[in-house]
Design a protein around this ligand. Structure first.
Ligand SMILES: Cc1cc2nc3c(=O)[nH]c(=O)nc-3n(C[C@H](O)[C@H](O)[C@H](O)COP(=O)(O)OP(=O)(O)OC[C@H]3O[C@@H](n4cnc5c(N)ncnc54)[C@H](O)[C@@H]3O)c2cc1C
Length: 395
């Protein structure tokens, strides 16, 4: 009965909120006319002053790069009066740290490896540089949200090279029988890609159209998901659990449908299913264990503008981010394996970390602890009492 009451009130809140939005929208159109909104990501307040740089300005000198990316942990290098500690220096940790640094917070990034960057790090062997993860990123055209974010994080220093319009080629062996291999070039123009697929698999033309229409609906629907991130967590949860979000956004309706389930239902050719799922390696879970929504997010990411590569290689991401952290008084230190988190016994809140090194154990305290080490790894760092208080399942 109580749940029914909550559900009804949530619907009411939703209906009132929506009505209010419609009224405000109508008033704004009446006053200002129906103009396309200004792109907030090109507002002067958000633009970082980009230095004039070309590919020739990338610093290739290894010792200059090491002096930024391989600063060993020592007790004397820990900044005083820290505002935050970030465990792990992957793109997630660096993003958190640089955003805080841009808000003038003093952050210490602790990385267990001997180089900063996580999956963005590179290594040199016999004079050649190899990347370990990132080989392209989408939506980096100037003026896009992602590009604006990347510029903020790197002080506008990171440069991007667009890849060829046809940025991938999918070759599928003769899974359909008949001994025919299939080969399709993937292009950053989604309409052209859909056309190529329909030419290669004419019998599945309807399924291909349905798939691309779903991509569009999920893209539109994902705006609600990002919008919910601005709300307090309990309110966002309530909106999702009440079913209101599913009512307005396909994103929430398809969340629990796996990519495999969706493809089995709408596509008959096995080689086409493989082609549509080809990039599952980018996020690492097989189609049977991946939500079709996650896959659509990735395809939408690349099928709008194609792929971009950081000029100078993926380690440029961390090489341009660390100085932003340092400018605010922070540090990014390597060979700093965090062995446990220090938690307040009463609240369970993390208040520090312990770094275990061969020369001893260091405890570093800060009001905010952020972990980029992954959920399971992070759970392993928590004391049992804190783990029980958190919503993380025991590792
Ligand atoms: C082979 C491969 C190819 C990929 N290709 C692409 C691509 O082309 N485009 C794309 O957009 N994405 C790609 N990805 C995905 C992308 O690289 C990752 O999603 C992203 O880099 C993950 O960043 P992260 O910060 O979450 O984690 P990570 O990069 O994994 O960083 C986590 C860091 O935490 C550190 N850490 C863990 N535990 C501790 C501890 N106790 N103490 C201190 N440090 C700790 C780790 O050493 C690591 O450096 C690829 C991934 C892989 C593996």
């Amino acid at each position: 009965m109580a749940l029914f009451g909550i559900s009804i009130s949530m619907w009411l809140v939703g209906v009132i909120g929506l009505s209010l939005y419609i009224v405000l929208y109508v008033i704004s159109i009446t006053i200002y006319g129906k103009k396309p909104g200004r792109n907030p990501f090109v507002l002067p307040s958000l633009l970082v002053k980009k230095p004039e740089r070309t590919a020739d300005d990338v610093i290739n000198n290894q010792s200059a790069r090491d002096s930024v990316l391989r600063q060993n942990f020592t007790g004397s290098r820990i900044p005083e009066r820290l505002d935050a500690i970030v465990i792990g220096s992957g793109i997630g940790g660096l993003t958190a740290a640089t955003l805080l640094a841009r808000a003038r917070k003093r952050v210490l990034v602790l990385e267990q490896h001997d180089v900063i960057g996580g999956c963005c790090h590179t290594f040199v062997d016999k004079g050649y540089e190899f990347d370990v993860g990132i080989h392209y990123i989408g939506e980096m055209r100037p003026g896009s949200f992602v590009r604006c974010l990347a510029d903020q994080l790197t002080d506008g220093k990171l440069m991007w090279q667009p890849l060829d319009v046809d940025f991938d080629r999918v070759i599928v062996g003769c899974v359909d029988g008949g001994g025919k291999n299939r080969s399709v070039l993937v292009t950053g123009d989604r309409k052209e890609f859909a056309k190529r697929l329909a030419q290669e698999w004419p019998d599945d033309a309807a399924g291909i159209e349905a798939f691309f229409s779903l991509l569009d609906r999920l893209k539109r629907g994902s705006k609600l998901y990002w919008g919910l991130k601005l709300l307090p967590l309990p309110l966002a949860r309530l909106l999702i659990k009440s079913g209101l979000c599913g009512l307005f956004s396909a994103y929430f309706r398809y969340l629990h449908i796996s990519l495999k389930q969706y493809l089995d239902q709408h596509i008959s050719s096995e080689s086409l299913k493989s082609t549509l799922a080809y990039c599952f390696g980018d996020y690492g879970t097989p189609p049977g264990e991946t939500s079709v929504v996650l896959h659509a997010l990735l395809l939408n990411h690349f099928l709008r503008q194609g792929g971009f590569y950081p000029i100078g290689g993926p380690s440029e991401i961390s090489f341009c981010s660390v100085p932003v952290i340092e400018k605010a008084g922070g540090r990014a230190l390597v060979r700093a394996p965090v062995s446990s988190m220090v938690c307040n016994e009463t609240t369970g809140r993390a208040v520090g970390v312990t770094v275990q090194r061969s020369d001893g154990e260091y405890t570093v305290l800060a009001p905010l602890i952020i972990s980029d080490a992954g959920l399971i790894n992070t759970a392993k760092l928590l004391p049992q009492t804190a783990l029980e208080k958190s919503r993380i399942p025991e590792p």
